[in-house]
Write a protein that binds this ligand. Structure first.
Ligand code: FAD
Ligand code: EPU
Length: 344
């Protein structure tokens, strides 16, 4: 474990924003955590645990210590004829875990295929896609208290999972380092194809699903057609969360906008933020944000919820665009967009 100084983070965030960390260290063994937590660089500075950097926006250099998670290892803890408990170290890439499970025919994780980032990043915002959220398959989360070094286990219900939310993103933000996650997967065929884009794809292509790998491949296909590949165009997925509204607000919006899309989901009725953004644009321009570019940043042409870096963008540039988008949506719809991405 070697603590470096003035470390360039450009390649460690999928937005491709250039920023430096005052101190930087990569952890590849769990036992190094003790040394790290007692080091003066860790004790005396702000800390940032970093996985795949696919849900962060560096708005400036990080004046503290960045801890890159390199903990690896996936193992089966126990199984019976119906289910299997899989433990993954938090530094494993999420999609490697998806492949581990779908290669063995396990069900439950397949709708979450191809989401970037690490296993440790997944519980932070309760990743979700195509009708599944990671809370549906998490048994427990192993963590280290970054102040005391004490190891602790959070059961699923302790994590307070919500839509793109958990206790780790919220009340206990930054307090714990997630070292491993234990998943409960099914050995019994368990199709979840209610999500419209997935359902339509299956119907249009008249596909027969034999195993979880089939779903995994289809989800990957759909995702590739909608979302930019960060290797080609810097981005952090959806920049904002979709918005839950109460029934009074829903009725008001429906009266004004007959084409308003909305979905009844989990905690209530959700309005897709991509639609709200598409319907707004730069002040007095008469054009849509969708496909808009200013300097090195812009709104992705195929998905208005995704902000992109055309190359060389600064975090400040992205932040300025974010502010303008939030203001325009609030002015038109009276709804406040909330960033999903962690602004650092
Ligand atoms: P990072 O970006 O490295 O970190 C995110 C936050 O988690 C930070 O606050 C960080 O401090 C904290 N953190 C990370 N690891 C740990 C740890 N071990 N212990 C404690 N704190 C930690 N998300 C979805 O939910 N659904 C999607 O469909 C989806 N699609 C995406 C598509 C693209 C193209 C991109 C670029 C992103 C997408 N995302 C999606 C967002 C992102 O991939 C997920 O949020 C992912 O789980 C982030 O993991 P990460 O390892 O990259 O986290
Ligand atoms: N829409 C528009 N214009 C756009 C984009 C979307 O009008 O430019 C409307 C359409 O009505 C569309 C609806 O929004 O039917 C939903 O769009 P989509 O299916 O692309 O999903 P999303 O709500 O934009 C969410 C997640 C994604 C996840 C997909 C698939 C959030 C914030 N985003 O996007 O997660 O992959 O559903 O489940 O909940 C992420 O979190 O980073 C992410 C990519």
């Amino acid at each position: 474990m070697k603590i470096k100084q003035n470390y360039d983070l450009t390649k460690l965030n999928t937005f491709g924003i250039s920023a430096k960390a005052k101190y930087f260290v990569e952890i590849s063994k769990e036992k190094d955590l003790g040394d790290l937590f007692s080091s003066k660089e860790f004790k005396n500075n702000k800390k940032l645990f970093l996985g795949g950097g696919s849900n962060v926006l560096f708005t400036k250099d990080f004046d503290g210590i960045v801890v890159l998670n390199g903990l690896k290892g996936i193992e089966i803890l126990k199984e019976d004829e119906n289910s299997v408990f899989v433990k993954s170290a938090s530094g494993e890439f999420w999609n490697d875990l998806v492949n581990f499970a779908t290669d063995r025919g396990y069900w439950g994780i397949e709708n979450l295929s191809l989401i970037p980032g690490t296993v440790g990043g997944a519980p932070i915002q309760n990743i979700g896609a195509y009708g599944t959220e990671v809370k549906d398959i998490i048994d427990s989360v192993e963590v280290y208290d970054s102040e005391t070094g004490e190891k602790k286990v959070f059961q699923n219900s302790d994590c307070k999972f919500g839509y793109r939310d958990s206790i780790f993103k919220n009340k206990l933000k930054g307090k714990y380092f997630i070292s491993a996650v234990i998943f409960k997967l099914s050995k019994i065929k368990n199709l979840n194809v209610k999500y419209k884009a997935l359902k339509d794809y299956l119907e249009n292509n008249k596909l027969e699903i034999k195993n979880s790998k089939d779903i995994s491949n289809i989800v990957a296909q759909i995702r590739k057609s909608k979302l930019p590949d960060p290797k080609i165009l810097g981005n952090a997925g959806s920049f904002f969360k979709n918005i839950y509204v109460d029934s009074a607000k829903l009725e008001e919006l429906k009266r004004k906008y007959s084409d308003l899309p909305y979905f009844e989901e989990g905690e209530g009725v959700k309005i897709p933020a991509g639609w709200l953004i598409e319907k707004c644009g730069p002040a007095n321009s008469g054009t849509s944000w969708k496909g808009y570019r200013i300097g090195n940043v812009g709104v992705y042409e195929k998905q208005a919820l995704v902000l992109v870096n055309y190359g060389g963008a600064t975090g400040e540039e992205v932040k300025n665009l974010v502010g303008q988008i939030i203001d325009s949506v609030f002015e038109k719809f009276g709804l406040k967009l909330v960033p999903e991405v962690n602004l650092i």
